[in-house]
Design a protein around this ligand. Structure first.
Ligand code: F6P
Length: 358
């Protein structure tokens, strides 16, 4: 048996733990393991694979990032090509990808990635590649899985950053706006904002009204609380408005960003208070994984090899009620797990007086 491991999309703390666990579990069964270098985009190169041995994965559980490298572009079904006139077109190169797997004798693929990677995994499985998916993303937005690897560390990083910003906000009696990642889901904003005692949390799930946010800040002022902490998800938008987009590169999803700077300006105008904003950005993707992320990553990696051993292909490993389960990749593709507005965490935020912008 020879298996390949791919890490796709944005990196997340815990990827290396998953690679190590899958590698060691496979080697224990007498299988050969290779990793795909820098994502599917390199499949067409002369040396697409890195041999994964016991020695290669030693000591990597505590390392952030991915020893394999990853890429946001490289979807074999939509490879960006620049035409002679300078415009871009997306070309389907999936047949070549499948033949590369065959040529190199790959019997099964462990696809570690986010929603985009699970969509690709599902399409590769339809082309006959035996695949098992492992859910990774700091955004925690993969449908069917209660928690994804990388989320816990990212939330802890964001919480610690907001804690630090709170002391300077208080000293200067300012509004501090902290823009966090999460794409179109508010998991990072809600969990870090709640944990770090934010006054306002704005998520993509609830379009915000500037008036409601300004009112919350002014109410605090009346009570003698002269600083405010606003945590905003990069995918949050104003009622009747659009997402804040920084740019779009062919073959990649849109780059979100800018809502924090907008709130800094508008809230200062509306409240007459000094305001500053900062974007936590890729800081949230870095660092050594938390104990929890290491554990779930190790469990996910080993579970993927168990699934391959059982020939239970075209499934994604998920965590449900702290149990490892497998669900069909076809159920996951093209869906997103948003923050449930009737859930206990949102209710808790409301009950302790946090403004959610509505
Ligand atoms: O999906 C993970 C994520 O970090 C998102 O939270 C963010 O919008 C995006 O990736 C950023 O991607 P890039 O690394 O291309 O800037």
């Amino acid at each position: 048996m020879k298996i390949a491991i791919n890490t796709g999309g944005g990196d997340a703390p815990g990827l290396n733990a998953a690679i190590r666990s899958a590698t060691l579990s496979a080697i224990r069964r007498g299988w050969e393991v290779v990793g795909i270098r820098n994502g599917y985009g390199s499949l067409y190169s002369d040396e697409p694979f890195i041999p994964l041995t016991r020695a290669r994965v030693r000591g990597i559980t505590l390392q952030g990032g991915t020893i394999l490298g990853t890429a946001n572009r490289g979807n074999p079904f939509e490879m960006p090509y620049k035409k002679e006139d300078g415009s871009w077109e997306l070309v389907d190169q999936s047949d070549e990808a499948v033949s590369q797997f065959k040529k190199h004798g790959i019997d099964a693929l462990v696809a570690i990635g986010g929603d985009g990677s699970m969509r690709i995994a599902n399409r590769l499985s339809q082309k006959g590649v035996p695949v098992v998916g492992v859910p990774k993303t700091i955004d925690n937005d993969i449908w069917g899985c209660e928690i994804t690897l990388g989320f816990d560390t990212a939330v802890t990083t964001a919480t610690e950053a907001i804690d630090k910003i709170t002391t300077t906000a208080e000293s200067h009696r300012r509004i501090m706006v902290i823009e966090v990642m999460g794409r179109y889901a508010g998991w990072i904003a809600l969990h870090s904002g709640l944990s770090a005692s934010a006054d306002v949390i704005l998520m993509p799930e609830i379009d915000f009204s500037l008036e409601s946010v300004a009112q919350k800040i002014l109410e605090k002022e009346e009570k003698g609380e002269s600083y405010s902490i606003v945590v905003v998800a990069e995918g949050a938008k104003e009622k009747g408005g659009e997402h804040f987009v920084k740019g779009k590169v062919p073959g990649q999803s849109e780059q979100l960003g800018g809502v924090g700077a907008y709130l800094e300006r508008r809230l200062s105008e509306m409240t007459g208070k000094e305001s500053r904003s900062l974007v936590l950005g890729h800081l949230q993707r870095g660092g050594t994984p938390s104990t929890y992320d290491r554990l779930i990553s190790l469990r996910f990696g080993a579970a993927a090899i168990r699934a391959i051993e059982n020939r239970d292909y075209n499934k994604m490993i998920v965590m449900q009620q702290n149990e490892i389960r497998r669900i069909p990749l076809s159920e996951v593709a093209d869906k997103m797990k948003l923050v449930p507005l009737d859930g206990d965490t949102v209710q808790t935020a409301r009950e302790i007086g946090i403004c959610l912008g509505d």
